[in-house]
Design a protein around this ligand. Sequence first.
Ligand SMILES: Cc1ncc(COP(=O)(O)O)c(C=O)c1O
Length: 496
Amino acid sequence: MFRHAQLESVKAFVGDPAHAGVPLHGRIQRAIRQLILDGALEVGRPLPASRPLAQSLGVSRDTVEAAYRQLHAEGFIERQVGSGSCVSRRARLFAGANAPRRPQAAAQAPRLSARGQALHGTGGVNTVSAPRPFAPGVPETRNFPLHVWERLQREVIREHGSAVLAHSPAQGMASLRRTIADYINLERGGHATPDRVLVLTSSQQALTLCANLLLDAGDRILVEDPMYHGASRAFDAAGLRRVPIAVDAEGMQVARLQRQGHDARAVFLTPSHQFPTGAMLSLDRRLALVHWANQNDAWIIEDDYDSEFHYAGKPTACVQGLDPHERTVYIGTFTKSLFPGLRIGYMVLPSALVAPMTVARSLMDGHSPTLSQLTLARFMEAGHFGAYVRAMRGIYVARRDALLQLVRAHLSDFVVPQVPAGGMQLPCFFKPGIDEQAVLEGARQAGVALQGLTALHASRTPQPGLLLGFAAYTPVEMEMAIKPLATVLRRVTGQV
Ligand SMILES: Cc1ncc(COP(=O)(O)O)c(C=O)c1O
């Protein structure tokens, strides 16, 4: 039988408007199940006969019967003709399952594998859903031609019907691989064929695949110093040993590879627009890099994340196009050129890597969404991609110049900006004696988003400063953020 409190709790559950969508017998069944899970009704406890319970709850006897039948089918109660229903012996296994956990147990770190600890220890990569000045690396999305995208998506659905609901091949839809290969060959001077393109969700996925398929834990990978944090975290998670190679105005100092590169299995770099300094790898260095990789049987991992946005003529051809030895893995993404929520990136692979990378990718997440791939292929084939990128390039260069003016007007006592020839962010180096951490903390409190430069360096003597994103913000939005930032800098340097 139920105690008074138990009957009241069943009544309350049944009468709760939050459960109005559940049929009456379902509410009674759930309420009794909850009492069993919480341990309030112990094993062997008889349940009230259906008639008196129906009377107490003001429902029909059939309703209570239906609830009991369901509890019986789920194994919570036993029913015997003549002696009624009681909480089943099996319910011992369930009882306490919903009891509140001890706070101590909840707070304790979970027991992870060493691999899991390495993954968790990286801190992951942040995704910015509502970008605020000056979060770097975020494109403007407010004037994306959504109506065009919507029309093309409707066309795709009309033409392909329910085929858009089916799986895509793990390597990606053929039409998208073809348009990507054409684009790389035409715009980036690459050597791509559709059968060597692997469509992914992001460059981040490409970096994780490279780190795990091309190197073993403990292997050395040569990286730029400073470098992109998404890449360093993917490499750390895979247990790789990063060997930092200094970057200067011509990009990674490739000559150092001869000295520091022995035994390294791969080199990672952002040649067309170094992240975060903005330097472009000179042609001499590109050729020396290809030569080194070929001599040392090493892979070149080329992250070409924002080459669409060069403001002083075309960027130089990608390294992949200069490499006749098939040592280069080329990584591209639509995160910057279109929009981050699209989640489509890709690799152009040496032929020998296509099958292993595709198989590995199929284990991670199967494939990229079929409908988005088909829509994107059509967007590119119809010339919308080229037109959109051209329009955004004009907007971004104007925003870069607007930010530069704001920095000169408001921050010139504190920073020296380094004007990039492309991309979406402006590196600004601190004048001597400014505490980067204090500025980052002050800005955070003032609601200004910032990326510090120190965290991107491996060297012990990094050049502190800020990486100010400009692409996603209008000049007015940037002006509204630069003023509180100037106040923070004045406070940190003792000027107020
Ligand atoms: C150098 C670099 N590579 C890759 C990405 C991210 O691209 P995805 O969203 O495709 O991982 C970024 C974004 O900030 C980046 O700066």
